[in-house]
Design a protein around this ligand. Structure first.
Ligand code: SF4
Length: 228
């Protein structure tokens, strides 16, 4: 058997085992669209550099104030700022939201992004990333959470845990990790893998003091010795 095939088989086996163990510990997670793609885009910008609680509060306030994505796009930046203060960095986020919505509307004449689900995944990502304010993570969140596509969003927790578990090289950036992890995980498991690793990173494999003694990977993790 060619060496390349051997390597791929080993990775597939380890990912399968990883998924099984994570699923037993944290699962199940069942996909359900939470927002429309355009709403998910706005929500993701609000969630940058803040907690879920703050971004959810800001998003609810934004939608209840303006009532629609169309009305947000038409609003003054100052009014958007006032509405999203709880998300923090509101002077940066409000113009970013306004600009990306304005740009998309100028291109499409609507905020219906459902056509992305019909495109090849790489093309859908490219389409989203052409707009200022949409990087690999935001694009993947929109495609994964709103449209149910197998795009892998990589946040700080997933990036850290993946490096510690040896899934990606220590020098791999978070932006690079999106496509690498996505290619390692079966399409049908991408959504739950994302949520499993976030949960593991938040609860056990914390940034400063990981709880290795309580970790389901305690006996196999290549980074375990660093934290003894
Ligand atoms: S053993 Fe420690 S470093 Fe490794 S995944 Fe678990 S908590 Fe993280």
């Amino acid at each position: 058997m060619p060496a390349k095939h051997n390597k791929k088989s080993r990775v597939a086996a380890s990912i399968t085992e990883l998924l099984e163990r994570l699923s037993t510990e944290y699962g199940p997670f069942v996909w359900e669209a939470r927002y429309s793609p355009a709403e998910e885009l706005v929500f993701t910008i609000l969630s940058q550099h803040t907690s879920d609680i703050n971004s959810e509060r800001a998003f609810k306030n934004l939608m209840s104030t303006f009532g629609s994505i169309e009305a947000i796009a038409a609003a003054d930046v100052a009014r958007i700022e006032d509405t999203i203060r709880s998300a923090g960095l509101f002077r940066m986020k409000a113009p970013r939201i306004k600009k990306v919505l304005t740009d998309i509307y100028a291109e499409l004449g609507s905020f219906d992004l459902s056509f992305l689900a019909e495109m090849p995944l790489a093309d859908a990502k490219t389409w989203l990333k052409q707009w200022d304010g949409i990087g690999p993570k935001t694009a993947a969140i929109i495609l994964c959470f709103s449209l149910g596509l197998p795009a892998m969003p990589v946040d700080t927790h997933i990036h850290r845990v993946s490096k510690r578990l040896g899934l990606i090289d220590p020098t791999t950036t978070a932006d690079q990790a999106h496509d690498i992890l996505e290619s390692m995980v079966p399409s049908e498991n991408v959504f739950e893998f994302h949520l499993f690793l976030i949960t593991h990173g938040r609860q056990i494999c914390k940034a400063l003091r990981p709880k290795c003694d309580d970790c389901l990977f305690e006996s196999t993790c290549p980074s375990r010795k660093q934290f003894e």
